[in-house]
Design a protein around this ligand. Structure first.
Ligand code: FES
Length: 574
């Protein structure tokens, strides 16, 4: 029997041709000074870079890419770096989330259309992680992730201050008259003082943890600080490993299995991760063909405790997390609950990768049998106010408010909220439930992080720091409170949320997973007659997005982007 024919590398369909087309593909690339032998059939590794000065959290990525290249060359590959749309959470209007799917299309087509055998994804600021994973998943090449790492701890007047969480706390202190505006402004340059992403367990660090828990990166990816030399070392090792993955044909679908997603959901509970992970992982699963629902988040994370004492659920910051042992120490604590058959990019499971992990600070990383908080995970609520579900993060909520009946104070839009919230005549007290509409995927558009509505000053002055808030929005992963998010269907899609009026009574019961608007069906039907769907935007990306975006419980991907198209492009470019 003859040996099976060796699979030709994908990149050789461009560079291996001894004809006019091959000339064009090689010759123009050689203008950058590459010698002939780099086109000899060795793995071509694309480095998908989200560097941008307008995405400050990824501002160090050009340097990081150089370390990836070192590793690729060492292992016998040929690295070619390319830029993709970069989404800066703090700058982009109306919200970076509006462009997650657009960036994923850029990533998908950039990978598919180019002579690449394997790809390294450089990810940092919130949406730059899911957009790259989603795009790469729809192509299906060997893929490895590398996160940029978090900033050093913020330091202000002798205290640690955390990204986002510190901003929300201090701005509330200003509104309550406990801090001056000058003091608040003075903290700006103290909070963010190094390269990297937000150093709380916000969305960026949650998603970096998800990358590691899904098995899409080498161990320790989640928590090494951005400026720590060990982040560069990880970059170099990542470069070496992707070349091996190409040689092994270890494609992304072999890593992103149902078991990998289940592991990630459990890890998210144990770290008290951001609610945004729910939406991003459901969208990613849709791309790779794994069935994953909102209810999976509830039942898989339900019995897990939160082990990590990090802001916004706790006290410490990402730098402390790394020094305490990082994500492998968490994984080791819950390894009995994880799938060992889910293989990561290094060919071993996250359980095997974490066997020797140690914890060096039990106040930061708690043991499974002596957790930081008993209730973790994501609770999925249902009822007439959220027929397709809504979520709440118990570890960031106030226990006394987890069962609450209150009078609705309704804001039709976020502008309506801003106009009214500081008005002393607003009829509201701490027992009311704040309801915000029209901030979902279609309504904002883009599902903004505005669900953590600041409290009215007259409530804050009583020393009260939390109230029940309900919306179809998301909230920053750095935020906290008894905040019900992602109500689906959203108001702009005609959900019952659109029909809530001031004075209606709402019942929240997290233990029973219930969210109920205490208004009769007849009355809701009457109100619906007067409801009008908002008009679709006139043109451009906004129109494509609003016309095709799925609801939050389906991951807010575009309907026509779900699934994959593979890596084959048959037609030549010239
Ligand atoms: Fe970029 Fe938080 S704003 S990670």
């Amino acid at each position: 029997m003859s040996a099976p024919a060796k699979k030709q590398r994908r990149s050789q369909e461009w560079f291996g041709k001894k004809d006019r087309d091959g000339f064009v593909h090689r010759s123009w690339i050689k203008n950058q000074g590459y010698p002939d032998d780099l086109f000899d059939g060795r793995p071509i590794i694309g480095i998908c870079n989200t560097w941008s000065e307008l995405t400050p959290c990824n501002g160090h990525f050009r340097e990081l890419a150089e370390f990836v290249k070192r590793g690729v060359y060492e292992a016998g590959g040929f690295p070619l770096e390319f830029p993709v749309m970069s989404l800066g959470e703090t700058q982009l209007r109306p919200t970076a989330m509006l462009f997650r799917n657009l960036a994923s299309m850029d990533v998908e087509e950039s990978i598919r259309g180019n002579p690449i055998d394997g790809v390294v994804l450089l990810m940092g600021c919130d949406k730059t992680t899911p957009s790259l994973l989603m795009g790469a998943a729809s192509v299906g090449l060997p893929t490895i992730g590398l996160s940029g790492g978090a900033m050093l701890n913020g330091k202000f007047r002798g205290q640690d201050v955390g990204s986002g969480t510190g901003v929300w706390m201090m701005s509330e202190a200003v509104r309550a008259g406990q801090m001056t505006m000058d003091e608040f402004v003075a903290s700006e340059s103290c909070m963010h003082r190094s390269s990297g992403v937000c150093m709380t367990m916000g969305t960026a660090s949650t998603m970096a943890s998800m990358v590691e828990a899904l098995g899409m990166s080498l161990p320790e990816n989640a928590a090494i600080p951005a400026v720590d030399a060990r982040r560069k070392r990880l970059a170099q090792l990542t470069g070496r490993r992707i070349v091996e993955m190409v040689n092994e044909d270890l494609t992304i679908d072999k890593v992103l299995t149902r078991e990998a997603f289940e592991n990630a959901i459990r890890v998210n509970a144990a770290i008290g991760g951001s609610t945004n992970a729910v939406i991003h992982l459901i969208a990613l699963a849709g791309r790779i063909g794994v069935e994953l629902s909102l209810d999976d988040w509830d039942h898989l994370g339900r019995d897990l405790p939160c082990l990590l004492n990090l802001q916004p659920s706790g006290k410490y910051l990402m730098e402390d997390f790394y020094y305490a042992g990082g994500l492998p120490a968490i994984i080791r604590e819950i390894s009995h609950l994880l799938h060992n058959e889910a293989k990561t990019v290094n060919g071993r499971s996250i359980v095997e990768n974490s066997q020797a992990a140690a914890c060096y600070n039990r106040d930061v990383i708690h043991a499974y049998d002596a957790p930081f908080k008993d209730s973790a995970g994501i609770a999925v609520l249902r009822g007439n106010l959220a027929e397709n579900g809504a979520i709440v993060k118990p570890s960031a909520a106030t226990p006394a408010l987890m069962k609450h009946r209150g009078r609705a104070v309704v804001f039709e839009t976020i502008e309506d909220f801003h106009e009214k919230i500081d008005d002393e005549s607003l009829d509201i007290d701490e027992n009311c439930i704040m309801v915000l509409k029209n901030c979902g995927p279609k309504g904002y558009p883009g599902m903004a992080e505005v669900g953590n509505m600041p409290l009215p000053p007259k409530v804050l002055r009583k020393g009260i720091t939390d109230m029940v808030r309900i919306s179809d929005a998301r909230m920053s992963g750095t935020a906290y409170g008894t905040i019900v998010l992602h109500v689906s269907p959203e108001a702009a899609a005609g959900g019952v949320l659109a029909l809530v009026e001031n004075g209606d009574m709402i019942e929240l019961d997290v233990a029973a997973r219930r969210l109920h608007l205490d208004v009769s069906d007849e009355e809701l039907a009457r109100r619906r007659q007067f409801w009008q769907a908002p008009e679709s935007p006139a043109r451009g990306w906004y129109k494509l997005y609003v016309d095709h975006v799925l609801q939050a419980d389906k991951g807010a991907d575009l309907d026509f982007l779900v699934g994959a198209s593979g890596s084959v492009v048959k037609r030549e470019s010239h």
